[in-house]
Design a protein around this ligand. Structure first.
Ligand code: CUA
Length: 318
């Protein structure tokens, strides 16, 4: 565990685990003892016939109640600990789950210039409380960063909240933990916990507009993006006039991310090319493959050169 939420969950897990071991050993031991001690021997007649045993019945009512109390008290304490953020005024991030990727919106009512929307990569300042607002765009999902915190469901039209905190800097794996359709297992994300100064640099950079491409191939890619390929109708790129779509991930700084396609491919030129060539072979059922004309209208299909141009453009979005 890294962080107070996962630590409290781990302590609770071990507490319940040892309570279960106690029950297993006591019940199993008593059973074994009885089988051996009172087994049928040669010459045994019928055993003594009895009905009821008050002392035993009281014992096996009280003992399990005690075990349940031992489990219930720390469980309820952990639930309250994890439900109540120790710093409600700390950093706020809105998480929106989509089939099958994650949207992260950094909210900052005091400084709208520092607000931003990104996808599949959650940056947090190490050692600080981060308050999450959880929502879903379509079906049930569940937010889980095994080493930091989890799991809380994301429910359409219902706001859930949780808080997280990482005690060590580093990269953490996140994964959707509620079956949400065919690509559920491919709905991952990356959490990057970094010192406050690095986090601020990241935030400032991500809140800025994209840079103008200078390379001719990349310029051609941008024209495709905002033209024939129609990427703009589903994706936002801050700094481009037409690209205001919100159906797919915000791509303003896609090249700065470590992974693409919700944590399943390293962000390299060749994986970006494979993704654009045939996204369905990488993430079956994804909306882009189902709905974008370039994959559904044979006349609109992208040529190899066009894909190269799009990749070149996307790589300038650092
Ligand atoms: Cu989203 Cu499983």
């Amino acid at each position: 565990a890294s962080g107070p939420v996962a630590e409290s969950q781990l302590i609770l897990f071990y507490w319940i685990f040892w309570a279960a071991v106690f029950v297993f050993v006591t019940v199993g031991g008593a059973l074994l003892y009885t089988i051996v001690r009172y087994r049928r021997r040669d010459g045994d007649g019928d055993p003594e016939q009895i009905h009821g045993h008050k002392a035993l019945e009281i014992t096996w009512t009280i003992l399990p109640s005690l075990v349940l109390a031992v489990i219930a008290v720390p469980t309820i304490m952990t639930i309250f600990h994890n439900a109540n953020s120790p710093d409600p005024d700390g950093l706020q991030v809105k998480v929106v789950a989509h089939q099958w990727w994650w949207e992260f919106q950094y909210v900052n009512p005091e400084d709208p210039q520092m607000e931003l929307v990104t996808a599949n990569e959650l940056h947090i300042p190490v050692g600080e409380v981060v308050n999450l607002d959880l929502n879903s765009e379509d079906v049930l999902h569940s937010f889980w960063i095994p080493k930091i915190a989890g799991k809380v469901d994301l429910v359409p039209n219902e706001r859930n909240t949780m808080w997280i905190q990482a005690s060590d800097p580093g990269e953490y794996l996140g994964q959707c933990a509620e079956f949400c359709g065919v690509a559920h297992a491919l709905m991952r994300f990356t959490v990057i916990a970094e010192p406050r100064s690095d986090f601020d640099t990241w935030l400032r950079h991500q809140a800025s507009e994209s840079l103008e491409p200078v390379d001719p191939l990349a310029i051609e890619g941008r024209e495709l993006f905002e033209g024939q390929a129609q990427c703009f109708s589903c994706h936002t790129v801050d700094g481009l006039r037409k690209s205001r779509g919100t159906k797919g991930p915000n791509l303003t700084h896609v090249a700065s991310r470590r992974y693409i396609a919700a944590g399943i491919l390293e962000n390299t030129q060749s994986s970006m090319r494979s993704w654009l060539e045939n996204p369905d072979s990488i993430k079956p059922g994804n909306i882009m493959f189902r709905e974008a004309l370039v994959y559904n209208d044979p006349d609109m299909k992208l040529t190899g050169m066009q894909i190269e141009a799009l990749v070149a453009f996307l790589q300038t979005l650092k």
